[in-house]
Every structure is written in structure tokens, then in C-alpha cells.
Ligand binder design. Sequence first.
Ligand code: ADP
Ligand code: MG
Ligand code: ZN
Length: 645
Amino acid sequence: MDGNNDVQAELDSVEAELELVELQITELLQKQAELTSRKDALLQQLEEACDTAQPSSSSSSSSSLKSSGGHSAMSKQEMQLYDGTDFPWSQAVEQHLKDLFHLSTFRPLQLRAINLTLSGKDLFLVMPTGRGKSLCYQLPAVCSEGFTLVVTPLVSLMEDQIMSLKSVDVSAVMLNASSSKEHAKMVLAGMTDVKAPFKLVYVTPEKIAKSKLLMSRLEKAYNANLLNRITVDEVHCCSQWGHDFRPDYKLLGILKRQFPKVPLIGLTATATSNVLKDCEKILCVPQPITLTASFDRTNLYYEVRIKESDNDAIISNIASLIKNRYKDQSGVVYVFSQKDAESVSSELQKRDIVAYPYHGNMDPGAKSRVHRKWTSNKIRVIVATVAFGMGIDKPDVRFVIHHTISKSIENYYQESGRAGRDGHPADCIVYFGFSDIFRISTMVVMENVGQQKLLKMVDYCQNVDRCRRSLMAVHFDEVWDDEGCNQMCDTCRHAKDHRTADITQHARQVVQILELAASMNEKLTPLKLVEAWMGKGPAKRRKMIQTTTLSRLQAEAVIVRLLLQGYLREDFSFTPYTTYFYMKLGHKAALLKNQSHTLSMEMGTQSGYASVKAASGQGKAKEGKRSVQSTGDAPVSKKTKTDLP
Ligand code: ADP
Ligand code: MG
Ligand code: ZN
């Protein structure tokens, strides 16, 4: 018995230590990301300084071309040669496209990618999901001698691919942990068979990492010139900066090291240049050509609304949008949890809207019923958790409203991107609330870079002065030209509804509160921090701090800004039942001790943000217009004006 207690005690202590280590790792990763992005920004500055010496070219094309290190390995003209149809393989490519794949034309960048890989170039292809990346290695596979090796992270993805290839009579096989001995033997033998019984071999990364038999077969095939191409699907899985890091992908560098003459093609829907650079190193491809299809969806209007704490007001606001602006049209309202899905849909129903919930906990029958009825317009609005996503191909979704922010910009892009697939105008509106940030934080706390990605999303939402499309473009590493938005986001439409506010004194007050709390051995949740600052804390504390005259929304906005800029940071603490979030001082807080240090932020004057005195002190900003697109919806409630002390 005693022995058991000892073990339990040690287990507890090991677990506690592990938690600590994980926290430290998270901190270091965050630090690393900050430094990397600083480094990139500096590199870019240098590069821009060089570029201004050269005449600029118009950047209105629907795709952009980049190569590693930001220096084009190929000029634009050279690159355009790869859109041609006079290569030795061009006839075969054309014929297989029609006869085998039953497709009439290529989509943007497909032919270029195919010609590049058939020319033996290493290639990274970044294209949003559903645009047709698979064709870019499947078609070359059938136009080449031997076979293509395809590394795919999931067996289910493999099975999908093999099924669809079977339906067009392209022979493909797979090797994974559950392959039988006979099957594996057949596949391995086929790899060195000059008659090439299959054109594609799908494998999981752990097969490459663990099966010496496979590696030795690949080597034989390589020496016999039968390994024609290496495809790495979901290539961002190599990097822990990608949203889906898989340790076995780290070992795939062995492929290029062993088979240097074989061209590699890496595919992904979401990779920033940081991630790609990392993948480049991991896969040992020194100078791949990167083709990036544009992420910009020109028919989508992007808007952010400030979410007040009054839940009823938010629902009424959403309901009014749906009943007026989107009268008789269909859409999705994304919510944070199953509970929210139930409650928001029933609140909308009370307001005479045919809305139904959709979440992971419903039985499959109910889910597909709701989905079907929505597709056939019998249900107008689905109130869903992110479980609703796969297989949404309804073209006429006119609005995607986020009742709660997404956990990353990648997720937001995907979720909001379900609007307007038919190319007609559609709206993407997100309700941005202070406490939601921390609800999501708790959810992503275990993910390596979860916090960082969330803060990027928060930054997108808090932004009041830069074009939202440009923020997304930058996030996805696209070249952005300022004409590109065409007033299709709220900040472009209401360009003047913001003012610069000096928040240095506010920042000092917040820091003082946290220091005081720390000295009393007390931790403050974000909510407690706001309340303390607003003078709603215990009387004892109120006497010791300077309370703010800012409105609640302004106070929250300042705290979010401080968090985004590293003056504050999140501090979490785990119990067996829940994760607690506290605010503590960030690495920049010390800067505020320096009397000459100043800090300002752009504050919106619309939807709830009251006007604040401009930093220069010349008068007050005027009450802004609220963002209304077309037909009027109920007015967003206005906060009273507050002057800064
Ligand atoms: P991704 O891997 O980029 O998410 P897929 O390769 O799975 O996308 O392709 C998505 C869909 O687009 C498939 O149904 C595919 O048949 C289709 N598709 C691909 N290329 C073309 C094309 N040139 N013309 C029409 N449909 C295409
Ligand atoms: Mg794919
Ligand atoms: Zn814009």
C-alpha cells in the first residue's frame, strides 16, 4: 500500500515537472517565433531597399511567384515559358487530361506546376484546398516511366486518393502499418518491375522512417531509373510552425539525400514562407521553386464587429442582419461550443429564423439531415461548431457569421471561405469579444504555437486601420497591391473611422495593478484585471491604484493591445478539471519604467468604441459611422463618449 502511495507521489511530482517543462517550451517557441518574424521583417526591409532601385512591375496577376530566400531563381519571363505546350511531354499531358482524368482545361498554375516537375525541378505548390493540387503530381506520374512515391500523413487521405484514381483507371497502391505481408511484398516487387504495374505508390511517413526494406527497394528502383518523382502531400507537416506538425515528417530528408536526381514536389494549402523555409531544410531541397496560388477571394466582404458582453444584444444584432440584409438567403453562424450552438439557434428561432444547430455530438443521422435540409434551402441558417466544414459545397452561401472568433487566421480563412463559392458577393462577419479570447486560449493552450496563432487572429480583429484583405494576404505571404480590395472590407469602406490614441499612461496603470497584485501574491484573470482597473475591485485595492476613466470596451481594447505587443502576457495554471488564465507582465513591461517610452494605438470610433482624444491632443475624434453595407439592420448600440483624463 505504502509503495503505491510513493509511486503516486512521484507520479504527481513528475507530472508537475512535465507541466513546467511544457510551459517553458511554449515560452521558448514563442520567443523563437518573435525573433524569426523580426528577422524576416528585417530581411524584407533590406530587400525592399534593393528593389526600389529597379523599375516596379504591375502585380495584378492572380498568382505570385516566389523562390526560396525571396530571390527569384527564375525571372517572370522564364517562368512563363512553363505555361507552354511545346515540351516533349505536352501532347501526352493534354491527352491524359482529357481521356484519363476527363477534364477539359487546367486551372491556374496547374500546367505550370506540371511542366516544372516534368522538367525535373523541385517544387513547392501552395494552393487553397479544393483547387486541384493532386492533378499536379498524378498527371505527371502517368506521363513518366516508372512510378511516383507519394508521402501522405493519413491513411484515410490515401484511401480517398486511391479510390478516385481507380475510378479513372490509374493504378495506384499503398503501404501503411496495416498492409498485409503479401500486399507489401507485391508492392515492393512492383517497384523494380520494368513493366511498372502501378504509377503511384502512397506511403505513410513512418514507413519511410521505419522500413529498411522499403528504403532498399526504393534505392534499387532509383538505380534502375524507375523512381520518377517524390511527392510530399501536406508538406507543412514537416515544420513545427505548420499547424499540423508530424514528427515522422522530420525524417523525410533522407529521400532527397539518397535520391538527389529525383524531383520533389511538396503540396500544401497553408504555409507561410517561414514554414516553407523550414520544410526546405528538413526535406533537403536546396532551391525549390515555389508556386503560390492567390488566396484572395474578391467577392467576399470582410467585417469585424465589436461584441459587447450583453449576449441578448449580440443575438438581436445577428438576427437583424439575417432578417434584413440577408432576407431569404442562406448562411452559417459559427459558434464556440455545442452549448452555444444549441442556445444561439434556439434564440434565433425565437426571433422567427429557421436556424438549426450542428455540432460533433449529434448523431450522424441528425447531422446529415440538417446538412441536407440546409443544402436544399429548407433550413436557412446553420448554427455550427467548426465540426461543420468537411464537404460543405453549397455554392450560394451568402453569409458566414462568426459569433466567436476563430482560433487562427488559417481557420478563419477556411471557415469564412465557405461563403460565396458561386462567385457572387457574400459577407464574412466576425464578432470580436474580449472574454472569447481567453475561452479559446484555454482550448489551444496545449498546441505548440496555438497561442501565437490565436493572437494573430486577435490582431486581425482589433485592427481598425489596415485593409483586412491585405492582412490576410500578408499572413499567407502574398504580394498585396493596395487597389486590390475594392472597398470589400470594413476598414477600407470606413477609412476615416479611427484615431491614434496615446495609451502610455493607461499601460502604466495596468502594469501598476499587476505589480500590486503580484506583491500581494494574487493572480488576476483578464476579467478581474479589467474590473480592478475600472474600480470595481475590493475597496482596499481601489485605494492603492489609479482607476481608469475609459469605457469598458476601451479598457478591454487597451489590455488586448498590451497583450498583442508583449507588455502583458498570459499565464496559465492547470488543475485536473480546468485551465485557469491569468494576466501577467510581459517582457516589454519594463520599458514603461523609462519615462520617455511612449505607446499608442489606433482606436476605432465605430461600433461601441467611444471616441478618444487624439495623441496630439487636438480635440476629440468624432463619433464614427457604423459599418452598414446595404439594407439597414438594427443599429448597434452606441457607448457614451468618454474623454481621457
Ligand atoms: P486539393 O488537393 O488542392 O485540395 P484536389 O486535388 O483534391 O484539391 O482537387 C479538388 C477537386 O478539383 C477534385 O474534385 C478535382 O477533380 C477537381 N479538379 C482538379 N483539377 C481540375 C480542373 N483542371 N478542372 C476541373 N476540376 C478539377
Ligand atoms: Mg489534397
Ligand atoms: Zn480592404
